[in-house]
Design a protein around this ligand. Structure first.
Ligand SMILES: NC(=O)c1ccc[n+]([C@@H]2O[C@H](COP(=O)([O-])OP(=O)(O)OC[C@H]3O[C@@H](n4cnc5c(N)ncnc54)[C@H](OP(=O)(O)O)[C@@H]3O)[C@@H](O)[C@H]2O)c1
Length: 328
């Protein structure tokens, strides 16, 4: 089969389309003819050689796919060739074919295209897990979502609003803030125009955020601590701004009884991901069918233009997802 190969760790120019053996499904897996996949920051890091795939995973880039079932393993009961499916992978999405465990697969709602379905798994499952499983977000609470226009951010805004929470976001341009408002954000703050925490305090007062989804890390450390409410939950999902905090006053964590959790979805066990996928299917999939939840796609690139797609993400230009289409 054809697949995107990384000739050597480094820039986008090292990704080329080449031949790679077509994977064979194990007994509990299905082989999917991939119609669309999507770009994630993890792919960028892996391309640079900074994020090796977990043990046993395909070395090919790509954490999510949408496509058509080509072949099923001997123990598979839920799917048959021809079914339209999508799901989360540990790797292997940037290819003509990918294998995926049958319990990690979801049916594509009739109203969604392959490209739209491919824009869902990584960001919506991450947002669902961090808001509700880790952040324990409840109806009527307030959540602060940094990088609000990112793939995960745009998913988190929608899920948090659907759950009856009040949503505050930060983002770096007026276009991104407007997109966040359209998705339901109650307050959208341009972090380039002054400390975001001052703006939050102007509107909600001190210590007003029950949950923070933090993609930024070190530069926001003090401000996040200040913005968090008593019994606040701080979920560290990425360190886009830096990972090293020089001085930490632990007494502030104690005084406000703050829970700090850091997480990566990719490293979670298969049973954990299957549980998450199953719960998401029950809670969120019907809302995609009804149109209440929408995949947010910024741009689609044919897989042959994968280099441009990576450059686009690295320039922080996207609002929502960057999708790669295959064989269109
Ligand atoms: N832990 C997990 O399980 C998990 C799962 C999925 C994704 N992630 C991580 O979550 C992050 C978001 O993923 P994504 O795919 O949604 O990303 P994305 O769509 O590429 O968006 C990232 C956005 O973050 C903002 N940003 C970047 N550097 C920044 C900085 N130094 N300070 C402030 N804002 C900055 C930029 O928007 P502005 O223009 O608004 O600054 C950028 O467009 C990535 O780092 C990804 O690796 C983690």
């Amino acid at each position: 089969m054809k697949a995107v190969l990384v000739e050597q760790p480094g820039g986008p120019e090292h990704m080329v389309i080449g031949d790679y053996p077509t994977p064979e499904p194990q007994a509990d897996e299905i082989l999917v003819k991939v119609k669309a996949t999507a770009v994630n920051r993890a792919d960028v890091l892996q391309r640079k050689g900074h994020y090796p795939p977990p043990k046993g995973a395909s070395p090919i880039l790509g954490l999510e796919i949408a496509g058509v079932v080509e072949k099923v393993g001997s123990a598979v009961t839920k799917w048959k060739p021809g079914d339209r499916v999508f799901g989360l992978l540990e790797g292997g999405g940037y290819a003509e074919y990918a294998v995926i465990a049958e319990n990690m697969v979801l049916p594509i709602p009739e109203n969604l295209s392959f490209a739209e379905a491919a824009a869902i798994p990584e960001v919506f499952l991450t947002a669902y897990q961090t808001l509700f499983w880790i952040g324990d977000l409840k109806r009527g609470e307030r959540v602060l979502i940094h990088a609000g226009a990112s793939g995960v951010g745009t998913a988190a805004i929608q899920l948090a609003k659907a759950a009856g929470a009040e949503v505050v976001v930060t983002a770096g341009s007026e276009g991104k803030l407007e997109a966040c408002r359209k998705l339901g954000a109650d307050l959208a703050i341009n972090y380039k125009e002054g400390p975001f925490v001052d703006k939050i305090e102007d509107v909600y007062g001190e210590a007003a955020m029950d949950v923070i989804l933090d993609f930024i890390g070190a530069p926001y450390f003090e401000a996040n601590l200040r913005a968090l409410a008593y019994d606040g939950r701080w979920v560290l999902i990425s360190t886009l701004g830096g990972a090293r905090v020089e001085a930490v006053d632990l007494s502030a964590f104690m005084a406000k009884r703050i829970a700090f959790t850091a997480t990566t979805l990719r490293s979670r066990s298969k049973p954990y991901k299957i549980r998450l996928t199953k719960e998401f299917a029950g809670q969120a999939l019907p809302r995609f069918r009804s149109g209440e939840l929408k995949p947010v796609i910024d741009r689609r690139f044919p897989i042959e233009q994968v280099q441009d797609a990576h450059r686009y993400m690295e320039e922080n230009r996207n609002i929502g997802k960057i999708v790669l289409t295959i064989g269109e």
